[in-house]
Structure formats: structure tokens, C-alpha cells
Design a protein around this ligand. Structure first.
Ligand code: LLP
Length: 425
């Protein structure tokens, strides 16, 4: 049975539509015309959608809790223009490496509102963070605690505020590679080890322990694991600051029903109030739920091969979207030139890379796909750009912000020269 796309599914960015030419329109821009102008593949970001999601999060928490911050978990889309937009929207920021810290500062985040995560931060990264005046460092191990003490002591003896990352022993239902809250994770301290670290920090000369952090995993579609994690960290003492991580799942396809942001925030805030009190500083750090649905990727069909299956091959694939290969993630796809036509051909949407596993969407229905057609895959705003690579020497795509019919390139397409730019011999 074929699937008829009479309207776009709700997984597309807010404001997306099929225009009078029957073509997909994102942020007021015709996707087919964008490919003519800027080429493909390309990441398109609907700027208004991204701003709206940032506001939804901040308003939801602000309506329920007095002292809070929403942190952009920037690993989801570490692009200067995205940092800049979310800084403008008043968010704070989570970075997980020196490189993300560099980009967050470049994007305009106030260092005092940056939280530095990571299970293997180097001495150089910690020194850079202190030198930049990063507000909080989230300590992940005893080795890091000792290293940071030494660095803070040598940097003029200033005091650095820190949080401790706790692994609460709660596993959400998600792909094993993106589950982090379970016992024996590589991240954070188990509750007994966290107690020891808390004791250690009580006597630390240069580090001020202000609170606890957890992040139990990503693309979580149930709320109970978040509540359970709050209950676990509540047993570790009373602190002024609690950071409950990210992890809220999104709809990659119309059949996935993630909790609404309001319900997620409700569950977190009510559990925090019950278990920790209403007077705490509460930090949330969504990545995917902020940025995933705000972007689509555009490709151009190169070949259509009728074998046992129909193979529609495009000009991108695992170099711009590694998620199907890493996590078996499923996406929707549409022929942007005929976005409301009957999706009458069952096919595999394949990438251009030299691996059989480079299939963007298996068993997807497309409307008479032919070479030259533009294909759009929605929900590529999270971890598409950040996991992009140059496999097969394929240059990485541009990022194009679309708003009210205007398109502006915020990251240019990589060139072949870029591929050789680091060669020194
Ligand atoms: N906070 C911390 C400490 C994290 O490690 C993460 C994600 C987040 C927040 C944001 O989680 P989110 O709200 O995006 O679920 N590459 C994988 C996802 C890895 C997530 C890593 N940490 C993917 O493409 O699914």
C-alpha cells in the first residue's frame, strides 16, 4: 500500500508547508529553488522554529519554577550561528569539549553561563575553561577532581564552582549507545562514589561544590526514568543547584509520540519540588528536543536502480547523517518537488558512500522518484551536523538558515581544498 502525503507530517519545522507549486517550503523558502541556488546536500534550519522551541522550553520551566536556567546541550548542533541564536534567546550553554567551549564563546555565550561536561577532560581543556571564566565545571571522576584542584591552585588560587555528575543507576528505554544513567556507565559517579567525592570536595580549597548533575540518556520517550533519577540524587544531600540533564526524545517519524515539552517539564519540576524543594536552582539541558525538528536535509537523486528493491541513491548519506548507521534510526523522506503527490514507489533511499549499510531510509514510499529530484529528510537538526564526516572525501554540507522566505548561508559548503587544508607535508 502506498502512502499519500496529503499534508506534511508534524515532524517538519513549524511553518513548513507545500506551496502552490506542490513543493516543500521551509521557513518560507522553496526547497527545490534552494537546491538550485545552493546545491545539495544541504542542512536547512527554520530559524523561527528554533527560536520557538527555545521559548517553549524557557517559558515552560519559568511558569513552574522560580530559579532556573535552560542550557543548550550544544553537542546536538555545535554551529556558531546556532549558538548565537540560542544565546540571543537567553539560553545558557552546555559544552563537552574545548572545541565546543571555543564555539560557544564565539557564538556569544557569557562564559559565566557555560557548564563544562565530559568524562575525559584534558588539563589543557580545564585550563582553558578556567581562563575563559566558565561558570561551572561538572566533575566526572576523582582523577578529574584532583587535576582541577591542582589547576585551580596554580591559576592564582581562584575558587571554581563545580557540580558532580551522578550516574543514578536508572536506564531509560533507548539505544544502548546513548543510554548513560545505568550502573557501570563510563560517565559520572555511582551514588556511593558520589558520596565520597562530595566529602572530598567539602575540604577542597579551590573548588566550591554547588550541586549535582545527571544525564540518564538520550531520545527517551518515557518520563518515569527522569523522576526516578531525581529521587536517587535526592538521597545524596541538600545542594543549592540541580542539573537534570537532557534526553527528551523527539518524533523522527509521525508514528513516534514523545512527551510534550510541557509534560516533561511538569514531571521534572513536580518531582524536584517533592524530592528536593522549590527553592533550588534548577537546570535543564536539552539538545535534541531543541534542535532536531527545526532542520531538514535536502539531497538530489542521482540514480534510480530497479533491482529486487528499488534503490534511490542521493548525493549524501552517512557523511551528513550517521544516525541510521550508528543507531538504526528511522527517518521520513519526501520528494520535495512533488510533496503532495501520491508516494507510490516503495524504495530504499541510499547514500552515495562505499558501504552497503549507507542507507538513509529503508522501505520508504516516494512519489515517482527520478534523477534530479530533490529529496528532503526532516528531523536532522540534532546530531546530523555534529556527526558529519568526510568519508569518501565527500565535503560536508552547508547550513542554511531560512526565515520568512529569506535564506542565508551560515556555514558554507566544504570545498575539496578544505579537505587538504591541514596537510603540512
Ligand atoms: N547533557 C549531557 C551531559 C549529555 O551528555 C547530553 C547528550 C545532553 C545533555 C543532551 O541530550 P539530548 O537532550 O540531546 O538527548 N549522538 C547521539 C546522541 C548522543 C547524546 C550525548 N549526550 C544521537 O545522535 O542520538
Amino acid at each position: 500500500m502506498s502512502a499519500t502525503a496529503a499534508t506534511l507530517s508534524h515532524v517538519y519545522p513549524l511553518g513548513s508547508r507545500v506551496n502552490e507549486h506542490g513543493r516543500l517550503e521551509i521557513g518560507g523558502c522553496d526547497a527545490v529553488e534552494l537546491v538550485r541556488e545552493f546545491g545539495s546536500p544541504a542542512y536547512l534550519v527554520a530559524e523561527d522554529d528554533l527560536r520557538a522551541r527555545a521559548r517553549t522550553f524557557a517559558d515552560a520551566v519559568g511558569a513552574r519554577h522560580a530559579d532556573y536556567d535552560v542550557l543548550f546541550a550544544s553537542k546536538a548542533f555545535p554551529c556558531t550561528a546556532v549558538y548565537r541564536l540560542l544565546a540571543e534567546e537567553g539560553l545558557a550553554c552546555d559544552v563537552a569539549s574545548g572545541g565546543e567551549l571555543f564555539l560557544a564563546l564565539r557564538g556569544g555565550f557569557d562564559p559565566a553561563r557555560i557548564y563544562f561536561h565530559g568524562n575525559a577532560k584534558s588539563a589543557a581543556e580545564l585550563r582553558d575553561a578556567l581562563a575563559a571564566g566558565v561558570g561551572h565545571i561538572v566533575i566526572d571522576s576523582l582523577d578529574e577532581l584532583e587535576l582541577l584542584e591542582r589547576i585551580a591552585a596554580s591559576e592564582g588560587g581562584r575558587r571554581q564552582e563545580v557540580l558532580i555528575r551522578v550516574t543514578p543507576g536508572v536506564a531509560g528505554d533507548t539505544h544502548h549507545a546513548i543510554s548513560t544513567g545505568q550502573t557501570d556507565s563510563k560517565f559520572g559517579f555511582s551514588p556511593p562514589d558520589a558520596r565520597a567525592a562530595i566529602e572530598r570536595l567539602a575540604g577542597a580549597e579551590h573548588l566550591d561544590l554547588v550541586g549535582l548533575h545527571f544525564h540518564i540518556g538520550s531520545q527517551l520517550l518515557e518520563l518515569e526514568p527522569f523522576r526516578a533519577a531525581v529521587r536517587t540524587i535526592a538521597s545524596l544531600g541538600d545542594f543549592p543547584v540541580y542539573n537534570v540533564g537532557g534526553g527528551l526524545g523527539v518524533a523522527y517519524t509521525a508514528s513516534i509520540q514523545p512527551p510534550a515539552v510541557l509534560d516533561y517539564v511538569d514531571a521534572i519540576v513536580s518531582t524536584v519540588h517533592e524530592e528536593l524543594g522549590a527553592d533550588k536552582r534548577l537546570l535543564l539541558e536539552p539538545g535534541r528536543a531543541l534542535v532536531a525538528n527545526s532542520a531538514v536535509t535536502l539531497y538530489t537523486v542521482q540514480t534510480v536502480k530497479r533491482n529486487v528493491s528499488t534503490w534511490v541513491a542521493v548525493d549524501g548519506g552517512m557523511s551528513d547523517n550517521l544516525r541510521p548507521m550508528l543507531y538504526g534510526s528511522r527517518y521520513e523522506a519526501v520528494v520535495a518537488d512533488r510533496a503532495i503527490a501520491d508516494a507510490n514507489v516503495r524504495c530504499h533511499l541510499a547514500g552515495k558512500h562505499c558501504e552497503s549499510g549507507d542507507v538513509i531510509v529503508r522501505d520508504v514510499w516516494l512519489a515517482d522518484p527520478a534523477p534530479g529530484d530533490v529529496i528532503a529528510t526532516p528531523v536532522t537538526g540534532a546530531y546530523g551536523y555534529s556527526l558529519a564526516n568526510n568519508y569518501n572525501g565527500v565535503p560536508r554540507p552547508p547550513v542554511i538558515f531560512c526565515r520568512s522566505g529569506d535564506a542565508r548561508v551560515v556555514v558554507r559548503r566544504e570545498s575539496y581544498e578544505d579537505l587538504a587544508a591541514r596537510d603540512v607535508g
